[in-house]
Design a protein around this ligand. Structure first.
Ligand code: NAP
Length: 364
């Protein structure tokens, strides 16, 4: 047979197989839709890792030619991922009418970056969803979650000054929120469950910068809400010692019983592995201030400032001048938002979205 005819014949065979696969995939998606409808009714999680493992194992055990195993595994991993995304879209679209609704609850929100970050995540994950900034007066808090749910909201973030106050209106808490005693993410489908994704965002940022917490000696500047999330993460991930550095060490000891507390005016970071600024000192518009003087941070191995506006605080400038590796809080901010999305959408999202969102924020 001439080479051209030979190729045409093979390609015709491939086309026939593709046709059969397309029909089968459509049939498969019909079943996936039925599963999504069931999960929507029952509130079951989208991701069922043990079921996915079973499916993959079964498929691979049926592959006769070992040379094709890895390729078929990749194809099926893709099919499982697409099925999860499809289920997520069905579950998060309120009865198929209009976009799914999420938002940020706080008192003053005009400077928040959350709308931009979440809108980008929705776009990238193909979701028909909206994220609103919901400014709330304290007296409206008691009925807020019921009111939001009745208006179709599926989840909200919570920020200053309601991260603790919101606890009174929740049905349950995740482990880290219980440890911290504050919530920044609430899932409204089913009972109201609170999470603290600052905890995860902080951990993901350290991972991104290659900073190990196991066995690390850590100093945390400030004793407020962000310090609680940071300390909980460090305690849960093997830090060998944590010192709270405060303007008022006596009251800091009451907030963090069992930890060392030091006075911020006399503190020296030499001998510590990680120094984390959780105070607002140096944040826009007071960008010429620093919680510590340059000589106070000599000798520490890594400095993280939770502030992200400005990108480089005076504290980070000092660290750079002393050749100490350092990072600001933007990765943590975007990572905590991604974690909130994962909780609401009940699926794992691509971590690459974090740097994508950071680039977009930098573009302005
Ligand atoms: P907060 O509850 O008000 O706590 C801040 C703490 O900083 C206070 O408890 C205080 O501790 C200390 N402090 C306040 N003013 C100070 C001053 N003039 N000098 C020295 N220390 C001072 O605030 P927060 O919610 O923890 O937030 C703190 C910062 O973290 C903010 O800049 C916020 O934007 C940032 N943050 C960033 C992320 C992120 O994702 N990147 C997440 C959460 C928070 P003492 O009284 O013990 O000194």
């Amino acid at each position: 047979m001439p080479p051209k005819d030979f190729l045409d014949t093979i390609r015709k065979g491939i086309d026939e197989v593709d046709e059969a696969i397309t029909q089968l995939l459509e049939k498969r998606m019909d079943h996936v839709r039925d599963v999504a409808e069931y999960k929507k009714k029952t509130g079951m999680a989208i991701l069922d890792s043990s079921r996915e493992r079973q499916v993959l194992d079964r498929i691979l055990s049926q592959v006769k030619n070992p040379e094709y195993r890895e390729s078929i595994k990749s194809v099926y991993s893709g099919i499982l991922e697409v099925s999860r995304q499809f289920q997520s879209r069905i579950i998060s679209s309120a009865a198929g009418s209009g976009p799914a609704r999420y938002g940020l609850v706080g008192e003053k929100l005009s400077h928040s970056l959350s709308h931009r970050i979440h809108s980008l995540f929705f776009k990238e994950s193909g979701m028909n969803a909206e994220y609103d900034l919901i400014e709330v007066k304290p007296e409206k808090l008691p009925n807020l979650l019921d009111s939001l749910k009745s208006r179709g909201y599926l989840g909200v973030n919570v920020t200053i000054p309601y991260k603790k106050e919101i606890l009174a209106y929740l049905d349950s808490l995740s482990d880290e929120a219980l440890h911290i005693g504050a919530v920044n993410t609430v899932c409204l489908s089913g009972g109201y469950k609170g999470y603290n994704t600052d905890y995860h965002g902080f951990g993901m940022a350290l991972e991104e910068y290659g900073v190990k917490t196991a066995g690390a000696r850590c100093a945390v500047l400030g004793s407020g809400g962000a310090a609680r999330a940071v300390v909980a993460y460090l305690e849960d991930h093997g830090a060998s010692g944590i010192t709270i550095v405060s303007r008022d060490p006596d009251s800091a000891i009451m907030k963090f019983p069992g930890l060392n507390c030091a006075d911020i005016s006399t503190f020296r970071a030499a001998g510590y592995d990680i120094l984390i600024n959780t105070t607002p000192v140096g944040m826009h518009p007071r960008i010429s201030e620093s919680p510590l003087q340059k000589e106070q941070i000599t000798g520490v191995k890594f400095v993280m400032d939770l502030i992200y506006n400005p990108e480089k605080t005076v504290l980070l400038r000092y660290a750079e001048e002393l050749c100490i590796p350092c990072a600001n809080g933007i990765y943590m901010l975007v990572a905590q938002a991604l974690r909130s999305e994962e909780i609401w959408q009940r699926r794992t999202l691509d971590k690459a979205l974090i740097n994508k969102a950071i680039e977009e924020i930098r573009r302005g």
